[in-house]
Write a protein that binds this ligand. Sequence first.
Ligand code: T4K
Length: 372
Amino acid sequence: MTRPLFVARPILPNLEDLKPYLESIWDRRILTNGGVFHGELEKELSRYLGAPTAMLFNNGTIGLMAALRMFNLPPGSEVITTPLTFAATAHAISWNGLIPVFADICPNDLTLDPAAVELAITEKTSAILGVHVYGSVCNLDALEEISNRHHLRLIYDAAHTFGTTVSGRPIGTFGDASVFSFHATKLFHTFEGGMITTNRVEDRETISYLRNFGIKNEEEVVGIGLNGKMNELQAVIGLLTLPLVEAERKSRLALRKKYESFLEDLPGIRLLAAQPGVCNSEQYFPIQIDSKTFGRTRDDIYDGLKKRDIFSRKYFHPICTDFEPYRDFPIHSARPQPFVQEVKSTVLCLPFHSGVDDGDVDEMQDEFLRGF
Ligand code: T4K
């Protein structure tokens, strides 16, 4: 048993395998601004993620900021998103001088509810930013239909869906653009990192300007770009980590089955159902606790596990509209009360990675069956 046991644990390559890469960087002295390893990783990820355009960033947040900037959305226009996400999603909208507008989530998969999105649309709406939260895939068809009908851009925060496919189609090819996070806590990581993918090769030039200060050549700056570049050390970590991803995903899939075996039939515990046709990224394992039926609250479980040095996380509670910058922003909903307000106090992500062994699972099972 590993203690402390965290919600996430990064996969790491063998230290010895780093050495030849480091020597090569040291020889060349090209440390960033598009080195050899950066180029190699970009090519490999384009293949892995099945996206014609796949461009590395130094983290997912900067990737989101750049993706929103790609489409020259009118300043002050509104971007509809979910409040059940990491703060970075809403912040990326705000940093672009756009207004985040929050819409409710679907009870079955916890992603943006298309009916709520419809209700949130005004003449100022310019885009929808869906989040495949926990690895749960948004209602792609409905969101595409709405965005086409209202002439809106459709962008996906794909931070939790590395390698996900839907009926064989890679997740990063839906919508106008998708953004991945390669943070240490993600299935695939580069310590810190991110990527924008799109279905159109023509987007590469725009994204490369956005990533590199708008620089076209030594004498021309053609746009207001960021410094979104990934460096060579991060790229090497990516090259060495990518081959380890499938084994990690399989190990998490096995862990999911173990968790499900004792949680599935436990009164008061709800699990997210598998989505038809979706090959899941196995990024997080969220459960929802109905305290009336289970007899204990989500916070009781969180505290009970913590006493055993097991650190689950209440992702994503508080929700964005509980945070100061977005406090009192309305949540548009097709229900009398937004469902997300209910979910936020019931959801808990259990440790979900290959470092969780059978002893850990047994210990958690005992706690759940005893009722904490
Ligand atoms: N959109 C969505 C939907 C996201 O979830 C995120 C990031 C983004 C956008 C933005 O992408 P980035 O700009 O981050 O690339 C973590 C991550 O920092 C964040 O990347 C992630 N989402 C978010 C859901 O989780 P914290 O504050 O919960 O991280 P922290 O440091 O508490 O880590 C969680 C646990 O993971 C720790 O208890 C221990 C373990 N851990 C963590 C780190 C950093 C390790 O074992 N090793 C490590 O190096 O935000």
